[in-house]
Design a protein around this ligand. Structure first.
Ligand code: AMP
Length: 250
């Protein structure tokens, strides 16, 4: 399934602050929007992606979902490299850039989708952003905006500790703020709710450190390109969704 040779060091760092302004999108709506979702783990990118998908018919490509589906597929060959990647994911560490870039290259048709695409979880490092820029320019495509969801770290940690996900339809719940009607089961499809392996506190600390070190530099990268749209997501998912639509002029 994966072709992988090397793994990056899983490293620490200080969570840094990011700006919380909302700037306007230079809209180029013909052919669908191509958007990148940025934000620390736990800010609710997946939920916002789902709301946007339903509101404007845009498609979503989540590299995290791609990995989880591949891991859960009993028919997928699990090479030593794949097993190492699975271990990295369950520890909350990043999968190496070359492996992720290769996967996204294999999924280029998603970037060309006329309905537009939300990239959720990619790019996550500056080398991945470089690679994406190259892929898009080969296809004469461009990114219309980078939605940067902003939430204080304490709130992120709290949200992840209470997050439960449906095994079947992948909907997310918050045990306190958005509990399921029946404990342990999804309201939508009655699938079993579980806590993601990488939402355990040890893994969360690693993911937040990795985010600060590897992904936060992308905020400056896209700001310089005048593509950054920062959105405060301390409100409810619906409030954040409305802010997103406003920022996109939709
Ligand atoms: P997510 O659901 O986006 O939080 O992704 C879950 C896990 O998949 C991450 O913690 C990483 O281990 C791995 N992963 C997903 N996308 C990437 C990426 N772009 N680069 C490196 N690792 C990734």
């Amino acid at each position: 399934m994966f072709n992988l040779n090397t793994f990056d060091q899983c490293s620490g760092g200080n969570p840094a602050q990011c700006e919380a302004s909302v700037r306007q999108l230079p809209a180029s709506l013909d052919g669908g929007l191509r958007l990148i979702l940025l934000g620390a783990p736990g800010v609710g990118k997946g939920t916002q992606a789902d709301l946007l998908r339903r509101a404007i018919g845009i498609t979503q490509f989540s590299t995290g979902d791609f990995f989880r589906a591949a891991i859960a597929d009993p028919l997928a060959p699990h090479s030593a490299a794949t097993m190492a990647a699975i271990r990295r994911i369950s520890e909350g560490c990043l999968v190496p850039d070359d492996m992720v870039i290769e996967i996204v290259r294999g999924e280029m048709h998603r970037l060309r989708n006329p309905a537009g695409v939300l990239l959720d979880g990619f790019p996550r490092t500056v080398p991945q952003a470089h690679a994406l820029e190259e892929m898009l320019s080969e296809e004469q495509l461009q990114i219309d905006g980078v939605l940067n969801y902003v939430l204080p770290t304490e709130k992120v940690v709290e949200r992840l500790a209470h997050r439960r996900v449906c095994r079947v339809c992948k909907r997310s719940y918050h045990l306190v703020e958005l509990p399921p009607q029946e404990e342990g089961h999804c309201d939508h499809c009655h699938g079993e709710l579980f806590q993601r392996e990488d939402d355990r506190p040890e893994a969360v600390r690693v993911r937040l450190d990795l985010y600060a070190r590897n992904t936060e530099p992308l905020i400056g990268w896209y700001h310089k390109r005048n593509q950054l749209i920062s959105i405060d997501c301390s409100g409810t998912p619906q409030e954040t969704h409305l802010l997103t639509l406003q920022a996109l002029h939709l």
